[in-house]
Design a protein around this ligand. Structure first.
Ligand code: FAD
Ligand code: DLZ
Ligand code: SF4
Length: 468
């Protein structure tokens, strides 16, 4: 009697359901496969992060007495697909049982049906797909704010009995300030690549030369210990200012006061509960104000859980809608960053350099342009899925399809997040270095965001903006 226990690349958590009742004699299977590394041309830092973190996680499991069968990408016997690798492992071990934790993506869940595995719930989230569906049942509108209040009550985070601490659920009116000129955000913490990461970097450089993004400098943590260090740094150095400057953008600084932990969270090196607890503790100690802590916890307890619930509730049909009938191809500058629109050049440049851009860059710069210019949702979604280190379809798709592009016709957002150049000018220093003027609506100096927002509908589709 032995069990084959499958762990995927975004399931790098010691408490994972498929590892939980491990006994000696069982085998943990981890697979690097061509299918996963190429289903989109992932940013090269994302590939290094995931493969290196997988290798470190396998070592950590071995160190704790687990038997791990780890199939490397360049293993000559590697068939290149999850399903064929599981079959090969079943032939090697003839286990009496195969267990897996439910995957993050619809695509992989469909594959998993062919593995003959017992599929256990992924209980690393606050909510389950079933509890979200129960919340959504009979509601005309699925607004995040109401879901979030229920999650606060359920988790007990920032609660004073039945009431929210501070007497309010949401402190956003204190947030969203523009960045003062003399602000001095802390430097992002970098983690020097060690031997395993350097080996993976060589592999990625050799095998994926045509993938998006800079491979170096690579500064991501690849272990739980490193991810915890990054979390510590955020809590002590950035969280106090997180709320105030959450929506600000600054040329040459992609990170500002953001946590930059989404990749660690999404691959399982950190759990949402421990992150929210750490933030709440900082508030209890008086180290961070409530507007910052509430704003931060809302992103994880509210938005992240809501997005996941919506994904599993609405897939697979969700991905197919195109409410605004947007059909334009993705302009080339999304790949090169070469455009005279400075805000786009900066947001795309940050993305190329770091496999990261913060929420407002994604929503109000690259997303806003895609919405206003009527870019094809499928092409835009593929872009977001491959360019960010934290991108997995369950979280990328609702954010792009629903929040940024309004392609779901309002399932998620009550109205499209469309904004003019004035908004970008207010929240950033991008416009000062741009050949367009954020206050101008017509003529050669008109900011393209204004032009697109206010262009008469009969002219739409006949402009030259996409060549800029
Ligand atoms: P912080 O600003 O420090 O926020 C803290 C945490 O809250 C994040 O780490 C993240 O886990 C969570 N969070 C915040 N906003 C959201 C949100 N809208 N949805 C889900 N979680 C959220 N996030 C991803 O994790 N993966 C994606 O593929 C992704 N694609 C996006 C695409 C678009 C078009 C947009 C508008 C947003 C997308 N987001 C995605 C959400 C958000 O932009 C990132 O989670 C955030 O920028 C990550 O940076 P951070 O860790 O510094 O976050
Ligand atoms: C994203 C990714 C990549 C690039 N490579 C692998 C891999 O080689 N092996 C693996 O187990 N997982 C990988 N992943 C993460 C998977 O795509 C992820 O598990 C699914 O997206 C979850 O549904
Ligand atoms: Fe972007 Fe318009 Fe500002 Fe130029 S003027 S940076 S295009 S918002």
């Amino acid at each position: 009697m032995s069990t084959l226990r499958i762990v995927l690349g975004d399931q790098l958590t010691r408490g994972l359901s498929s590892l939980r009742d491990y006994v000696p004699g069982d085998t943990v299977l981890m697979m690097e496969v061509a299918e996963e590394t190429t289903y989109v041309k992932h940013h090269r830092q994302k590939l290094v992060l995931i493969l290196s973190a997988m290798r470190h996680f396998a070592d950590e499991l071995r160190h704790h007495g687990f038997t791990v069968d780890y199939v490397k990408l360049d293993d000559p016997a590697n068939t290149g697909s999850f399903t064929a690798e599981v079959q090969r492992a079943i032939a090697r071990y003839t286990p009496s049982r195969v267990v897996a934790t439910e995957p993050g993506e619809w695509r992989v869940r469909e594959m998993m049906k062919g593995w003959g595995a017992e599929i256990l719930p992924d209980d690393r989230f606050f909510a389950t797909p079933a509890s979200f569906a129960a919340w959504a049942r009979d509601r005309r509108q699925l607004r995040m704010e109401f879901f979030y209040r229920d999650m606060r009550r359920l988790s007990g985070l920032l609660m004073d009995g039945d009431a929210p601490v501070g007497g309010q659920w949401n402190f956003d009116h204190d947030n969203r300030k523009s960045l003062p000129k003399d602000a001095n955000p802390p430097r992002r913490q970098r983690f020097e690549p060690e031997a395993i990461t350097r080996e993976v970097m060589e592999l990625v450089a050799m095998r994926f030369p045509d993938h998006f993004g800079a491979l170096e400098p690579f500064g991501w943590a690849v272990t739980r210990a490193g991810a915890l260090e990054a979390l510590d740094h955020f809590i002590s150095a950035c969280l106090p200012n997180f709320g105030d400057y959450q929506d600000a953008m600054k040329q040459g600084n992609a990170f500002l006061y953001h946590s930059v932990i989404s990749p660690y969270l999404n691959i399982g090196l950190l759990t949402p509960r421990e992150i929210c607890d750490r933030a709440q503790e900082a508030w209890s100690r008086g180290d961070a104000p409530l507007n910052a802590v509430e704003g931060f916890i809302r992103q994880i307890l509210g938005w992240r859980e809501y997005i996941r619930g919506l994904y599993w509730l609405k897939m697979p049909d969700y991905a197919e809608t195109n409410f605004l009938e947007a059909r334009r191809p993705l302009p080339d500058f999304y790949w090169t960053g070469r455009t005279e629109m400075n805000c786009l050049a900066q947001a795309i440049g940050d993305t190329q350099r770091h496999a990261y851009a913060h929420h407002i860059q994604r929503l109000m710069v690259t997303g806003n342009f895609a919405l206003l210019a009527g870019l094809d949702p499928k092409e835009v979604e593929q872009w977001y899925l491959l360019v960010y280190a934290d991108a997995f379809e369950w979280v990328e798709l609702p954010n792009t399809h629903g929040m940024a592009l309004f392609a779901d016709g309002g399932v998620m957002a009550s109205k499209p997040y469309a904004a003019s150049g004035a908004y970008i000018d207010r929240m950033s220093d991008y416009c000062a270095g741009c050949r367009f003027k954020p206050g101008v609506k017509l003529g050669p100096k008109a900011c393209p965001f204004n032009y697109l927002l206010w262009m008469p509908p009969r002219l739409q589709g006949k402009n030259e903006l996409l060549d800029m």
